[in-house]
Design a protein around this ligand. Structure first.
Ligand SMILES: C[S@@+](CC[C@H](N)C(=O)[O-])C[C@H]1O[C@@H](n2cnc3c(N)ncnc32)[C@H](O)[C@@H]1O
Length: 253
């Protein structure tokens, strides 16, 4: 199942909250070469481009569906490219990523690589979900571990790669970081009912499972997840507490 920009954007307002917090961490300077990793539909990349004067911004993403939307926002200082985060190279004054690095494995390797791609004085600015213990996430994992899904996915299990914040701080420091700011924050989203929780996760968390399941099991998997999520939140409005890590660091000279 590819990324669906419309499903993803349904919770646009809630998803903008951590992005706005991330913007607060930005060291605004002029004339920067900036990359946004996993830029999605590009609106937030464009907002970032607007606050960095005389800068050149590129958004990369591995989804053609998301980039199709993003490409409409292209302008003289902003372009988008189909690229995997794992494959990026070059030297940058700012490496930015909002809600995308949790799709890349092995942050013990990823974060040092990103730090090595910063010019001295350059900034790494990241927001990544740390909500893998959320009840909806646990429910999806539980369904995926049962048959017929488990076998159909070749016993694949999603190992959430996001690390504790103290570990990130250490990796960043050991790889040339300074002025490290890092926090774990809960965004207490209020949703109307359990089906909204399902819609939220169906725009993100469910995707890697659906990608690995044969088509004849897609609806069965989704229905099972939907039913169990309904059983957790029997009435609304409800709180969907969403935990996220935000961090920023500068590369030492
Ligand atoms: C949750 S969306 C975030 C989009 C955007 N940063 C935002 O905040 O609105 C995650 C994005 O990461 C992209 N993505 C996932 N894995 C990726 C990878 N390995 N390389 C590049 N992009 C990836 C997806 O296609 C999706 O557009």
């Amino acid at each position: 199942m590819p990324w669906n920009p419309n499903t993803y954007q349904k919770f646009k307002q809630q998803r903008a909250e951590p992005f706005n917090d991330l913007l607060e961490l930005i060291n605004i300077r002029s004339g920067l070469k900036v990359i946004d990793l996993g830029c999605g539909t590009g609106e937030l990349t464009a907002q970032l481009a607007d606050i960095l004067p005389n800068s050149q911004m590129i958004g990369i993403d591995s989804s053609t569906e998301m980039l199709e939307k993003a490409s409409k926002l292209t302008k003289v200082n902003l372009r988008f490219e189909l690229e995997k985060i794992e494959a990026i190279s070059g030297l940058w004054d700012m490496i930015f990523s909002n809600a995308a690095l949790h799709w890349v494995d092995d942050h013990y390797t990823l974060i040092p690589k990103l730090m090595s791609m910063l010019n001295p004085g350059g900034q790494l600015v990241v927001q990544v979900p740390s909500n893998h213990r959320n009840r909806a996430q646990e429910t999806i994992k539980e369904v995926a571990a049962e048959e017929p899904f488990h076998k159909a996915m070749g016993s694949w299990k999603w190992e959430f790669p996001v690390l504790p914040i103290d570990v990130y701080a250490e990796i960043i420091y050991l790889n040339g970081g300074q002025d490290i700011e890092i926090s774990d924050k809960v965004y207490p989203h209020i949703l109307d009912n359990a089906d909204e929780v399902y819609e939220w996760v169906s725009g993100t968390t469910i995707i890697p499972y659906i990608e690995r399941l044969p088509e004849y099991l897609h609806e069965m998997f989704k229905n099972e997840c939907r039913m169990r999520i309904r059983a957790i939140w029997k009435k609304g409005p409800l709180i969907f507490p969403f935990r996220r890590i935000l961090f920023s660091a500068l590369k030492r000279f």
